[in-house]
Design a protein around this ligand. Structure first.
Ligand code: DON
Length: 587
């Protein structure tokens, strides 16, 4: 573990670091220095990459990857493994996800050749109102929408995981949940990313007695690195769910505890919110890029639409010839993101409440029109970028990700979250459940930005039962009828940039899987008009060029941890972003 701690800063400043650096010049004719080349050195039981023929898995945890291994060893199928990972990661990353949150899963079923997009994200409570996060002066109160009980959406995680398991799982739920229960009971050592979240949120956690008891010591300080975090209440909650299924959460004691806790804090969650909660089975967003088929998450995520739009807009540019992380490639890709994010702000919201022009936004001809607006030799100031005009639809928009593939042509990509670090920083007493602050993903008013600076319109206004707009982009790329790549990431709005760029690295630039997800990334979300580039930034001459072209470049982390698995020849390869404790396994 210690080595990892030392290695993290090294990864981001790899040029100066003495960590082992493995050069692969042959792969990067135009940008050898653009790779993050150091493979994370890990303790014996973890690995950033893995190769096998039976399955490959990449999660943002150590024990969560181990949970998948355990389930496959017991002859479980890919869904058993995915559900086991989901419950285990809820224990291992209580700052990122958990039973108080929600998520999306993309599942490609090999035998039927169907791809499911499953939405178990939080919904707005029945008592929520459009202006609930506005202060008297009409401006948004970000504290209200980010911290405390009003920021909590109706959790969907338990319903989603149980429904998915009931439909596709093979092993009994008790077996699938056993690794998570054991982890909650036996504990794990506090690790750097978790410690950082505890440090950031200590003041808020201190105010909530149940959160304080779990995450802080007697003096109210965050547990130190290496402290064994045991979550007894969460273990009991998990055991109850393993035994009784989702009804104990939505109709039983756990739900009652949640509703009471909400009422005690003048929150909005009601019994009816829980009774009404429905998992939504949606049609994935589809696209294609140079012979690859892309399946991704549809609205209420914006992610899938914009990953497809980003690729469409660049498809005819032959970026490979222009060079990986070259000035031209970054310029065009940044403008591709700018255009996508301007559309996001205008059009995207929950498709059950607003008409989202998915077809129009993912259309090749629309992409070609948008592409014509790009500036070739200078940056395009964001005030000159508007949303595009698409044909209205005829028919009726801290986190974690894991990816799994198996030998039967099945693939899972799932992104799950409680939103911000530690969510609402509140724990339902005696349950160990950390509550989400997903209500912050709504637009408090048109033009107001959320925690990630994302702007929204009326399409993303708060309405009871509506789902807040997301950027989560679990994606499966197909080639010749088989899953080629399953990929996704946490990181708020950056998710779209990180997933889209990793796909581009892999299928356009032919960069190997691990390097595709670890290399320097850039992010532009239209507003603010800033181009973020991972430290240490691109080659100095590229940086100079970009600045001369008018980009306001900020060399700062584009904070996503990408988790990917790929089928390459007959092998299944997994790769985890070493920016965190992501771990891969395969057999
Ligand atoms: O759904 C979304 O887009 C956000 N709630 C995701 C939050 C996230 O990725 C935080 N992570 N770093």
């Amino acid at each position: 573990m210690k080595k990892n701690i030392l290695l993290l800063p090294c990864l981001l400043l790899f040029i100066q670091c003495s960590a082992p650096v493995k050069k692969k010049e042959t792969l990067t004719p135009q940008g050898a220095d653009a790779y993050i080349l150091a493979k994370a050195e890990r303790a014996d039981h973890q690995s950033a990459t893995a190769t096998g023929t039976h399955y490959a898995v990449s999660t943002q945890g150590i024990f969560s990857t181990q949970a998948a291994k355990t389930i496959f060893a017991q002859n479980g199928n890919i869904i058993d493994a995915a559900v086991a990972v989901s419950f285990a990661i809820a224990v291992e990353r209580p700052h990122s996800t958990g039973l108080g949150g929600g998520g999306f899963m993309l599942y490609r079923e090999g035998k039927t050749k169907r791809t499911y997009a499953i939405d178990f994200r939080e919904r707005a409570p029945l008592l929520s109102t459009e202006k609930m996060f506005l202060k008297e002066d009409g401006n948004p109160d970000s504290n209200l929408s980010q911290n405390g009980i009003l920021s909590v959406g109706v959790p969907g995680m338990v319903a989603g995981l149980i429904d998915i398991h009931a439909r596709f799982g093979k092993l009994p739920l008790v077996k699938v949940m056993a690794p998570a229960i054991a982890l909650a009971e036996n504990g794990f050592a506090v690790y750097p990313n978790f410690k950082k979240a505890l440090d950031n949120k200590a003041e808020l956690l201190k105010k909530d007695p149940a959160a304080r008891e779990i995450f802080l010591d007697a003096k109210g300080n965050p547990w130190p690195m290496g402290h064994m975090l045991i979550q007894k209440d969460l273990a009991r909650t998990l055991r109850r769910i393993a035994k009784n299924g989702k009804k104990v959460f939505y109709k039983g004691e756990i739900g009652e505890a949640l509703v009471k806790f909400s009422a005690d804090h003048k929150g909005l969650l009601s019994k009816k919110d829980l009774l009404d909660y429905q998992v939504k089975w949606r049609e994935p967003v589809k696209g294609n890029y140079k012979g690859y088929e892309i399946f991704s998450m549809p609205p209420p995520s914006s992610g899938g639409i914009h990953v497809v739009q980003f690729l469409n807009q660049l498809e005819n540019d032959n970026l490979k010839e222009k060079g990986l992380l070259s000035t031209t490639s970054i310029n065009l890709a940044a403008q591709s993101l700018q255009a996508a994010f301007a559309d996001r702000a205008e059009y995207l919201g929950d498709p059950d409440f607003v008409n989202v022009p998915t077809k129009g936004l993912t259309d090749k001809e629309y992409a070609a029109r948008r592409r014509k607006e790009f500036y070739e030799t200078t940056a395009r100031p964001s005030q000159t970028v508007g949303h595009g005009f698409v044909v209205p639809p005829h028919e009726s928009t801290q986190t974690t990700h894991f990816s799994i593939m198996d030998y039967q042509g099945n693939a899972v990509a799932s992104t799950q979250t409680i939103n911000g670090q530690m969510g609402a920083s509140m724990v339902v007493p005696h349950t160990g459940i950390v509550l989400n602050n997903e209500m912050n993903d709504f637009s408090a008013k048109p033009g107001a930005s959320n925690l990630f600076g994302a702007i929204g319109s009326n399409a993303n206004a708060i309405v009871p039962k509506k789902t807040p707009l997301s950027s989560m982009s679990p994606t499966i790329v197909m080639k010749d009828g088989l899953p080629k790549l399953a990929i996704g990431a946490p990181g708020g709005t950056r998710i779209i940039s990180c997933v889209a760029q990793s796909i581009l690295n892999y299928i356009e630039f032919n960069v190997p899987l691990y390097e595709s997800i670890t290399m320097i990334r850039y992010h532009h979300q239209w507003l603010p008009d800033v181009l973020d580039i991972d430290p240490p930034g691109p080659r100095p001459e590229v940086l100079k060029d970009l600045e001369r072209m008018g980009y306001k470049v900020q060399i700062r982390e584009v904070p996503c941890s990408v988790m990917a698995v790929a089928r390459e020849n007959k092998m299944l390869n997994a790769a985890s972003d070493p920016r965190d404790i992501g771990t891969s396994a395969a057999n």
